[in-house]
Design a protein around this ligand. Structure first.
Ligand code: 6PG
Length: 248
């Protein structure tokens, strides 16, 4: 399926539209299934979106206690560390809704060897989404860095393509990250990329319009699901004018 592109002239409106879209997708899933699965992303961009999710009408429309929350990647820090992706989502979203504690599936990288944490996370995912194939999340949120990384799949890093969750050593950060792999992410029913700001424009045009580029975000191509890029006009500024149609 071709990626869908939504360009917003006002960043604030993009955040709001993303929150509306997320709640519609989850609501639809919960109409036909007992639970829905939602993979959260780190970084700064999703924070205002999480905050919109806890305001009306999204907050009251959803049965939050039937949603299982996962993380696409995590830094190897305790949950109350300012860099923790879980910590950010907890403050902005999870602590403010009626979530079932056992439905919060965070990557517990601080307790143990990170390789073990990655294996444990694969096991945790399969426990919630059992079956012999690759688990399929209902909704995955992703961001992208200006170097084209997404989740913790950074340029120049290599990961085992067979795995669902891996430890990635990122040289430029001199740090290990735990991340879902494209093999797992690409099984999702819907993937939404959230992108704002001029500094992301070059990587975005490379991912969407340059067939020779090899940005890691290019590896995100759902096998059956939808891929939606929700971006602001600054991030879209280097796209070909034919793709730069403003949505709102
Ligand atoms: C993380 C991420 C990462 C992030 C991008 C964009 O843990 O940092 O999951 O992939 O989404 O770096 O981050 P910003 O939204 O802060 O630009």
């Amino acid at each position: 399926m071709q990626p869908e592109l939504e360009i917003y002239s006002q960043t604030e409106r993009l955040y709001q539209a993303a929150a509306e879209r997320i709640s519609q997708i989850l609501e639809l899933q919960l109409r036909s299934k007992e639970i829905a699965t939602f993979v959260l992303t780190g970084g700064n961009t999703p924070k205002p979106v999480y905050e919109f999710l806890v305001t009306a009408p999204q907050r009251s429309r959803l049965d939050w206690d039937r949603i299982h929350f996962f993380w696409g990647d995590e830094r190897c820090v305790p949950p109350d560390h300012p860099d923790s992706n879980f910590g950010m989502a907890w403050k902005a979203l999870l602590s403010r809704i009626n979530v079932t504690p056992s439905h919060i599936h965070r990557i517990t990288s601080e307790f143990q060897n990170s390789e073990i944490a990655a294996f444990d996370y694969e096991r945790e995912i399969r426990k919630v989404l059992p079956g012999s194939g690759i688990p399929s999340f209902d909704l995955v949120l992703l961001g992208m860095g200006e170097d084209g990384h997404t989740a913790s799949l950074f340029p120049g890093t290599e990961w085992n393509e067979e795995r669902l969750v891996v430890v990635n050593y990122v040289q430029k950060l001199d740090a290990k990250r735990i991340t879902m792999t494209p093999r797992l992410l690409n099984e999702a029913r819907t993937i939404i990329f959230l992108l704002v700001g001029r500094r992301k424009a070059k990587a975005l045009s490379g991912v969407l319009e340059d067939s020779t580029s090899d940005y890691p975000a290019k590896r995100i191509r759902p096998s059956k699901g939808r891929l939606i890029w929700m971006i602001d006009s600054s991030a879209a500024s280097l796209l070909k004018s034919s793709s730069r149609q403003i949505t709102e």
